[in-house]
Write a protein that binds this ligand. Structure first.
Ligand SMILES: NC(=O)c1ccc[n+]([C@@H]2O[C@H](COP(=O)([O-])OP(=O)(O)OC[C@H]3O[C@@H](n4cnc5c(N)ncnc54)[C@H](O)[C@@H]3O)[C@@H](O)[C@H]2O)c1
Length: 337
């Protein structure tokens, strides 16, 4: 049994609680938030994907409730500490968990800067705790199908891969402060940057365009990632859309012998166009990647394995790539990695 304490009960803390509650090998031992309304459940954060952040804090029983993160960190009754705090707090609290020898689940981005991400990754190397970063797209149905299709080359080589993730701004002080969140580039678009790294490795260089509308960081960005073996890899991410715009994520990947299109607005989101065949809707499991990543982490902890689907090095490199994209937006130059 893995005893977990969740620090930060916003959208992601609730989403992780949903996943822990469904895993029979987990006991939710503690919850923590410095905001009394979040801790009592009278203020309930909303998710941006249907079915997300459903947990009702006020109904949790037999759980320690605290306002000080250090009642969870270093607590010998808690094996796994889940850090769902604002991004600029990740480096401090992530390192403290690992220094205390507990296992760490930390939300993406690993840290606000690549330098801080490197610090956590280095502390993780020395820790007896297992460290994991919530790069959920590596587990998301439809995306895992794509990764396998790219790897096993069932449709031949990839010529072009474009990804898209757009929404209206979530609001709130953390997301409105680019110094804390990193704008949409680091907070939202990072999902596609990370998935691109997962599929194709670290790009040679990036060229990005974008603008700030809400924060002092790119709130809408389009990037081209350069690879020797894939002619066109691009991603668009933004939270600058007008209120009422529904969250949409997807991709179009053009292989030698097929084209795969994912559009989250469709009830059957994944369509495959294969040479010489009628278009088909590929069945995609409706479970969210959040549940699958947490099940994977719990298995790693129970079996004493360090995670390989996403490593601390991967998560650090993803922040580094996004930083290069932001630099490219700001300077207008192609940035080498
Ligand atoms: N994987 C994903 O799809 C995804 C989606 C959204 C957000 N995130 C990431 O998750 C993290 C959290 O985002 P969120 O939307 O849940 O934020 P949020 O602002 O809704 O929640 C953060 C919570 O932390 C609490 N908090 C702040 N300081 C604290 C402290 N010192 N001690 C205890 N509690 C404290 C706040 O009161 C708040 O309830 C961010 O890094 C964000 O980038 C990931």
């Amino acid at each position: 049994m893995v005893k977990v304490g969740v620090i930060g009960l916003g959208m992601m803390g609730l989403t992780h609680l949903d996943a822990y509650a469904k895993n029979k090998n987990v006991k939710i031992a503690a919850i923590c938030d410095s905001d009394p309304a979040r801790l009592s459940g009278t203020a309930h954060a909303a998710g941006n994907i249907e079915g997300q952040a459903q947990s009702t804090i006020s109904e949790l029983t037999d759980v320690e409730r605290c306002s000080d993160a250090f009642d969870v960190i270093g607590n010998s009754d808690i094996d796994l500490v889940d850090v769902c705090l604002p991004t600029d707090m990740h480096v401090k609290f992530g390192c403290e968990v690992l220094k205390a020898g507990q296992h760490l689940m930390i939300e993406k981005p690993l840290a606000r800067t690549a330098a801080d991400a490197r610090v956590i990754a280095e502390v993780a190397q020395e820790s007896k705790g297992i460290a994991f970063v919530g790069h959920c797209m590596r587990f998301w149905p439809g995306w895992t199908w794509l990764k396998e299709a790219i790897d096993d080359q069932r449709f031949g080589k990839v010529y072009g891969a474009t990804f898209r993730r757009v929404v209206n701004h979530p609001g709130g002080p953390f997301y409105s402060d680019g110094d804390r969140s990193g704008g949409a580039a680091l907070d939202l678009h990072i999902h596609d940057t990370d998935f691109i790294q997962f599929c194709f490795g670290i790009p040679k260089a990036v060229t990005s365009f974008g603008y700030s509308k809400i924060t002092n960081q790119p709130d809408h960005i389009i990037s081209r990632y350069e690879y020797d073996d894939v002619p066109l890899v691009m991603a668009e991410g933004g939270w600058a859309m007008t209120d009422g715009f529904i969250f949409n994520m997807g991709y179009t990947v053009n292989f030698e012998n097929a084209t795969a299109v994912y559009d989250s607005a469709q009830s059957k989101p994944l369509t495959l166009f294969e040479k010489g065949k009628d278009a088909v809707q590929v069945e995609v499991d409706e479970i969210m990647g959040y549940n699958l990543e947490i099940d994977y982490l719990v298995d790693c902890i129970l079996n004493g394995n360090r995670p390989t689907v996403v490593t601390m090095e991967d998560a650090m490199q993803t922040v580094r790539i996004v930083e290069a994209e932001i630099e490219s937006v700001q300077t207008g130059a192609r940035v080498s990695l």
